[in-house]
Design a protein around this ligand. Structure first.
Ligand code: 13P
Ligand code: SF4
Length: 314
């Protein structure tokens, strides 16, 4: 495997991006070096819109599998590649389509709202997709009389139920292993040491964490808050990759990662997101592989609820 020398790797990646007319999309949870090479860094919703609208020949998705799959569903004429095909997601993996299909049999008259963190097959079983930045808006727009199943994240589901003042939404009991790992006890101890810091959290966190948050939002929402809010310090309860963009966008602010229960485990780093490395990114651009493929029958069914989300989001 011919790998450029480490000091030439980033230049070689830039050369391949240009030579092959590739747009590099990266999520905020990617390693800083990858974010800095990307044409666009964003949250799940923003990245989906970028993937849909790009005129590049190839979309290289530095994120996890369901994100690259969504790009392919939205823009099937493009070659979509991802540095590591194994970059999954504990939420998507915890909601297999066959089990979800069985589960839905008990709720035939319900509207199925699925968080974008799910497979194409689960999207194909859904009526509307949402992301953390539009979930509450979509649930509210459906109206109080609509019966709803929300999958696969129970914490986001509980959070949006509260936002919409509903206690009847049926929740699939999934969760994100990264956001599940934050410790309330350690968070409160940290807050005692930094009383001036505001706690900001992603809605995938457990209720015990969200209860103490001054602000709850998607990754892009948290980033904007750090830039715009007058506070000088923030305790950040989401994957630690976001601190890179936050420190670039607000260099004068103090950013403190929220502590996981086991502080020796680096559990606030998403192990799937971090499977993508600069070396794998180089190989993926060189070989235009691994490529994302979605069977056409699934793609067409999965596209409908994604388009419905996009129509309701802007
Ligand atoms: P965002 O849509 O807020 O970027 O979240 C994606 C994700 O996977 C959070 O864990
Ligand atoms: Fe999935 Fe959690 Fe990783 Fe986000 S942080 S990609 S929800 S495992």
């Amino acid at each position: 495997m011919d790998m450029p020398a480490p000091d030439q790797l980033e230049d070689e990646i830039r050369r391949l991006l240009k030579e092959k007319n590739v747009v590099l999309l990266a999520h905020y949870y990617q390693e800083p070096e990858i974010q800095d090479l990307a044409d666009f860094v964003g949250d799940s919703l923003q990245l989906s819109v970028e993937a849909k609208n790009t005129d590049a020949d190839v979309i290289c998705f530095c994120g996890v599998h369901f994100m690259a799959e969504t790009a392919k569903i939205l823009n099937p004429g493009k070659t979509v590649i991802i540095p590591d095909l194994e970059a999954g997601c504990s939420l998507a993996d915890g909601c297999p389509a066959d089990k979800f299909s069985e589960f839905l049999k008990d709720y035939p008259d319900h509207t199925v709202v699925s968080y974008i963190n799910c497979s194409a097959e689960v999207k194909a079983l859904s009526d509307i997709i949402c992301t953390s930045s539009n979930a509450a808006k979509i649930i509210k727009a459906l109206g109080p009389d609509e019966k709803i199943v929300f999958a696969p994240d129970r914490h986001l589901g509980r959070y949006v139920s509260k936002q919409a003042k509903r206690d009847d939404i049926v929740l699939w009991q999934g969760s994100c292993q990264v956001h599940d790992a934050f410790s309330e006890k350690k968070l409160l101890a940290l807050k005692v040491r930094h009383p001036e810091a505001k706690i900001i959290a992603h809605p995938e966190c457990q209720e015990a964490i969200l209860r103490h948050a001054d602000y709850i939002a998607s990754t892009s929402g948290l980033l904007n808050f750090v830039v715009e809010d007058s506070a000088k310090a923030f305790i950040v309860a989401t994957e630690a990759g976001i601190l890179h963009k936050m420190s670039q966008a607000a260099p004068d602010k103090e950013l403190i990662p929220a502590p996981p229960e086991d502080e020796s485990c680096a559990c606030n780093i998403c192990p799937y997101m971090r499977l993508n490395t600069l070396e794998k990114l180089y190989l993926c651009l060189r070989d235009l592989s691994p490529e994302i493929d979605v069977p056409e029958e699934i793609r067409v069914r999965a596209l409908k609820p994604i388009e419905r989300m996009l129509d309701m989001s802007f």
